[in-house]
Design a protein. Sequence first.
Length: 331
Amino acid sequence: MSFNLLRGTLKVPGMKSFFKRKFVVQDPLLETRVFGIDFPNPVGLAAGFDKDATLFNELEYVGFGFVEIGTVTPVGQPGNPQPRLFRLPEDNALINRMGFNNHGVEAAVERLKNRKTKIIIGGNIGKNKVTPNEDAPSDYLACFDALYPCVDYFVVNVSSPNTPNLRDLQEKGPLTALLNQLMDRNRTTAKPKPLLLKIAPDLTEGQLDDIVDIVAETKIDGVIASNTTIAREPLTTSKAQVAEIGMGGLSGAPVKEKSTSVIKHLHSKSNGSFPIIGVGGIASAEDAIEKLEAGASLVQIYTGYIYEGPSLIGKINKGILDWKKSAAKKV
């Protein structure tokens, strides 16, 4: 419904200009250069919303600095049985168990060929459900090869809780091997593109330390912290209702502190040696600034956008702009 509404509205003459005036915040202070890419502002749309690259052209007009499509897999798959997305309005949260539902990487490539705007696009890649973990690198490489001409950066998703055994790939051995293979392929291209890793917020400090080591060893370009959580605390929604919903990844306000903690740990442990995109529980400018102060270079929203609508992007960018102006005055 939201896709159709946005697409239909922007087809009305004059609406693109109206949307830009209403939602887009432009200022040199918002421009951010990260892993070799110049972002017009630091607020992006996280993967999972525009799964099949069907709305990226329109999303520029609501003020996003970048959009991450996917997660895409080599072959299209239906995902998990419905219902698989649940609102927890008392908590400003969602639980989803989508399961990488998408039409396949080639379908996304065909849509991306019709890129009509200059918006920066990230490609979030994963493996098919039926692919065993030992064969996972072939799936990620297939997605990388297909998307390479069409996206500005890549994200390796091994942290979704909704594909069986996928999170096992976050262990140091298999993750290092996977990233090394992708980086080797990346180096064979005419122009290597930034390659990021998206991690879960449920990793232990020891596992986070491993992530820092893996980034240094594989020389990937950064980390996205974080994906959804399998934890169910703290929640206002009744335990009975949550139990009835069942399995899935929790996003929104309840994951905010956990994701910020992950960012702080990675930034501190690595001495800020690699960029971090902060995502998890951002529903205001204050939430976004908290992520930036913790060590993030960019932020992404998803659940906050679902609840607050497109005005949220402009509010966040205006808040970040004021924060940066204040910091500049102090210097």
